[in-house]
Structures are given as C-alpha cells and as structure tokens.
Design a protein around this ligand. Sequence first.
Ligand code: DQA
Length: 147
Amino acid sequence: PRVMILNGPNLGRLGVREPEIYGHASMADLREVADDWGARLGLDVEVRQTDDEAQIVGWLHEAVDSRSHVVLNPAAFTHYSYALRDAAAQVTTSSLLLVEVHLSNPAARESFRHYSVVAGIATGTVAGFGFDSYRLALEAISHKLSH
Ligand code: DQA
C-alpha cells in the first residue's frame, strides 16, 4: 500500500522553527525515519511539504486518483482552510485512510488552534508526540489495513 505524508506551511522550517515546540529535527530527518518506518510496516511511504494551499489540494486529488492513503499535517491550514478540508474529504469518501497528525498538541495551545476543519472528515487524529505522531499514524494505517 502507498501512503503520502503531506505537510503544510512552515513545516519545511522544522529544526529551525520554534524548536522548543517543534523539536530540533528537520523535514529531511523525517524523510529518513519515515522511509524506515514504511519499510518495517510494508508501506510505500513518500514525504512531501509545501507552503502552498493549491499544491496540497492537488496532492490530495493525486492521492485519490492513485489510491494512496494519506498522513496529513495541514499545519496552520488545519484551522481555516475549507479548500483543504474539501480535498481531504474526497480521500476518506473514496474509502482511503487519512490520518491528521500534529507534532504539538494544538488543544493545549492558543485557542485559535483548538478547532480543526479537517478533523471531522479524517479517519482519525494523532497529536502531541513530535515525529512519533507520524510513526503512530503509519502504524494505525498498517493496523487498519490488516484488519
Ligand atoms: C502543527 C500545529 C498547527 O497549529 C501549526 O499551525 C503548525 C504545526 C503541528 O504539527 O503541531 O504549523 O500542525
């Protein structure tokens, strides 16, 4: 099975950006570990990041057309992008899995981060575990696919 790990705006700055919240590891580090996790779980994993809403909407369409499951960290788009939500909804209504992930726990932060427009159409959500949020999401997908 294929899984696209899609990351939204400012996540290309991981490692440099607010390390006390997001940690010291970079997007390149995530690519490396995600490959290992994928190999271990038998998932064909691909990590992408963009600051562009149109790009991430296009990738979600691509996931539907290529029958790829999705691990999505929508970053700030989480809180306001109905375009992203509508694109993500096409994934789950096509019987593909979509796990929303966050490095931090948005519910424990500023109030504007408490609402996710994506959560209601996601298969499920993992938040608050740093890079392990992505690992747990892949494990959840692998587990769900084998049951
Ligand atoms: C984030 C949480 C969002 O509120 C924030 O805008 C991000 C990162 C996270 O992974 O913790 O950019 O999605």
